[in-house]
Each structure stands twice: as structure tokens, then as C-alpha cells.
Design a protein around this ligand. Sequence first.
Ligand SMILES: *Cc1c(COP(=O)(O)O)cnc(C)c1O
Length: 412
Amino acid sequence: MSAIEKRQNLDITTIRKQFPILNRKVNGYPLVYLDNAATSQKPQMVIDAIVDYYTNYNANIHRGVHSLSQEATDAYEQARKKLQQHFNAAKTHEIIFTSGTTHGINLVANGFTTLLKAGDEIIVSALEHHSNIVPWQMLCERTNARLLVIPMLPDGTLDIDAYDKLLSPKTKLVFVNHISNALGVINPIQSIIQKAHEFGAAVLIDGAQSCAHIKPDVQAIDADFYVASAHKMCGPTGVGILYGKEAWLRKLPPYQGGGEMIAEVTFEKTTYADLPHKFEAGTPNICGGIAFGVAVDYLNSLGFENIEAYETKLLHYVTDKLKSISGLKIYGDIAEKTAVISFNLEGIHPYDVGSILDKLGIAVRTGHHCAQPIMDYFKIPGTVRASFSFYNTMEEVDSLVSAVIKAKQMLA
Ligand SMILES: *Cc1c(COP(=O)(O)O)cnc(C)c1O
């Protein structure tokens, strides 16, 4: 273990033992997992919570009088409470369980169909994930509202002067990610939100990429809506949250019809259940919600200050090392970013680099990272993206760097 790892407050050796998958070999080499921006690995605590649920108290929730159903309901609602505290929502019923970020975005976009009229404007950023662009295009098709885009500057940050000019009384909704999954750049969401509010527009923040690295606080940033996925923060796939300010959630119509979201149903008229159930039609991912709560407990037990401090050291270490390789270009190489490195080797296709890294047991992402507009901007087919978590080590950075040098030699 390097000196840098010893100086900080996380015991990385112990932490790594809590993630069974990190013991794996891939193609004969120890796994070096650097695809954390796509999904994080899961600690034993989360895996145990999933096994415990199906082993001991699997039952449908909110309907049964029997004990198992009560236990499952209690655990699920306790998880909601934990998530409320973690995201710092004012009220528990402002936390809606979803299947993930994409679902949360679609829920809001669909709800705004009834709130927009022709000529209204929606502003999104050029740094968005595809899941953030398509639902708004669909909303604009339904309502004849206009979609405006905050452009990106060459360093990978948003052009805030251009944003100021886009805002107007016609702006009804602004939509940006806290951190870009393609470049790792941290957006100035607090001022983006404040400026939108001056025009009475609602703001939806995509926290999918930031939640594993920066402690979210929806009240401090004054977001109207906030979405996240459990699987990027050590929880299981297929579950996430939508936070919405109560007043906004009351304004939005239900998204899907079904069981659990109604108060009373007759063929003449149905009345909807109160929040949060109005948006939770059908049997939810009960086990996933409970395990999401456990994942959040786990992250908080490590401490977000510690996670941030360590990941920043990792970022500086890997950035310096990679920059020493001639012909290597890093995109979005600015101070305000998380431990995501998107790069290319001059004249070499990112896919070829990724394939060689995989043969050496190193998992990185290659391609457009669901953010084609960013790639178009740089006029590249994609990048190699290495994204780090607190369980990654300096030795793993060294393995990455040697492998990139090897790939360069092989492919040049
Ligand atoms: C991963 C990601 C999404 C999509 O999340 P899902 O879990 O696939 O719904 C959206 N936005 C950003 C910034 C992401 O990183």
C-alpha cells in the first residue's frame, strides 16, 4: 500500500475485503474495475440484505395483514426514511421509489405534459446522458414546447453566459446533471438552480453520477426534483429515487395507473392515493429498496468527506501519470471534477485500447458513454473512460498506466 493511501481515513485494504467481486481474476489477471461510472460493485452488506430478504421475509407490501407482509412493509418504509435523511428531503413522502434515474426523469417529463403549453421552453445541458435528452424531446413533441441547450465550452464545462441568455419567462423547466458521466465534470448546480428560480422555472437535477461521490442535499441546493440510481452507489440495479418538493409532486399527475397508487376505484371514477404512493403503481422492487437503504448506510459509515478526499487523491495521481504519456489527451481536464478520466491515444481507436486493457484484466468503458453530443463536439468517435471508486487503489492506477503504455506500443 502506498504512502498516500495510508495517510487518509479510509482503510482501503479492509474496504476491498467487503467487496467479494474484487477478488476475481479476469483473463488470468486480478480484476481492476474502473467502470464505476457505469455501475458500482456491491459490498457484502448489500448482498446479505438481498439474501436475507428473500430467505426470511419476502412478502408483498402495504396490503397484507399477515406478519411477513408487515415486516416487509416496515423494512421498505424504513428504507424510504433512510433515503429521506440521506438526500435531506424535508418529508418522507417526497421520496418516490423508482426503477432508477431514467424512470424518475420519465416520470417528471410525462407529468409536465399537462403543465406546459406551446411556446414554453425547457433548457437542458449539452453534457447530458441520452436518458436526459430523449424524454424532453418527447415532451416537446407532445406539447409543442421548445428544447434549448446550454452549450459546452472546450474545457468540458457549461457555458453559463449562454445559459443566462437562454433563461426567460418562457422557461418552465431546467434540467442538468450534477456530474457528467462522460467527463466527470462537476456542474455549478446551485447557481443554475437559483437563476432558474428567478424566472419561476422548476429544476430537475440528475444525481446519478454524483451520488456515490458527493453527499446529496436537495434542500441546500433547493432542487425541485432530484433523481438517482441505487446501482451507482453500491446498491442493486432496478431501483432508484425521485425526490420532488411536495408542492411539485402534488401538481404532477400520476405517471402509471395500477395497484398501490389508488385510493378508491369504480368504473366511473378513481381517486388517487396520497404521496408517495400516487407515483408507485404496482408491486415495487421491495428487496431493491431495502438494499438501497443498506447501501446508503454503508457509504455513510465510510463518510463522504473521506470518500471525496481519497478519490480526489486518486484522480490527481492518475491524471499526472496519464499526462506523462505522449500523445494521450484527456477530455474535461479541469479542477472541478470527480475521479473520471476520459481520454484517447492519438491516432488509436478507443475500442482497441479498451480491448487490450480487458485482456490485462482492466475494466474500462469505451465509446460515447451515452453522451453522443459531447463526442460530436470534440469530433471523436468516443473515449476510453476510467472511472474510479473509493475501493480502487494507487496500484490499480499503476496497472492502468502500464497497460495504456503497452496498448500504445502495440497499436502505434
Ligand atoms: C447512469 C446515468 C443515468 C442513467 O441511469 P440509469 O440507472 O441507467 O437509469 C443518467 N444520468 C447520468 C448522469 C448517469 O450517469
